[in-house]
Design a protein around this ligand. Sequence first.
Ligand SMILES: O=C[C@H](O)COP(=O)(O)O
Length: 317
Amino acid sequence: MSSEHIRNEGIPYSTEYFDHININRSAVERRASSLPARRTVKKEYQAAWLLKAVNCIDLTTLSGDDTAGNVYRLCQKALQPVRQDILQALGFEDLTVGAVCVYHNMISDAKKALGSSSLPIAAVSTGFPAGKIPLEQKLQEIKASVAAGATEIDIVISRELVLNNKWEELYEEVKACREACGEAHMKTILATGEIPTLTKVAKASWVSMMAGSDFIKTSTGKEAVNATLPVSLVMVRAIREFYELTGVKVGYKPAGGIQKAKQALDFLILIKEELGVEWLNNQLFRFGASSLLGDIERQLEHYVTGSYSASYRHAMA
Ligand SMILES: O=C[C@H](O)COP(=O)(O)O
């Protein structure tokens, strides 16, 4: 994220903004299921949309067996996510992903691998993925990642605060994390697969934005249910309402389980329909994905050459 991007400074805590929220799940599901069907992207625009999707990926590796070697390969892929001949055939010169996303321990390897490039490094933090560590430790972890070179911090919220309607405590927790981030942009992961109702998803979105999150993000990729369109619809509508109230644009990051180009297009259509094209850039929209790029590259190759290559040729990410 470039430094000229306007941060969300947050607003004082008040229940008046979210107390009344009551989401009708079936209406949301109906609207979400109508989106991809009604608004298919025309074939001639598909390649451009897919390139846009690539530019919005937080190319992620979050595995226990991450090594300097696979982080190096991830970073090379992040700097040149689409083969040069395919890019040129589509009339593009340079294209990178939005950022790389790694565990704290891998930040220095990512930094080395990215060299002089300004591609942002995002670090997952605050006891990712479960968040079951004391707040003080969470804040130390954030500060350590910023000191190590992460310019984006993906925090997880304490789900029990949502489950027990402890909204003010959630606000204070997220606000403290935001302060610990300093200049680093903060993405707040709600872990929506562990939040039982869409009403609570909407309220958690509001509280996270009120506390100063620069992005709200669905999932860690480790919950049983990750990014879905209905949850996204609820979260982006909260973003829209927060913008109408404050004039501040908060970003959106669906993450987890997004592996196919077609899914990526569905999310882009949702953003265009609900927030408008001004949100369709990597300052305000990211995909959290470890294995989406391969399918997008395959689809782009098909667009250019008319035939598909074997998926192992696009093995990384
Ligand atoms: O934030 C990113 C997610 O952890 C990636 O999840 P994924 O491995 O299902 O793509």
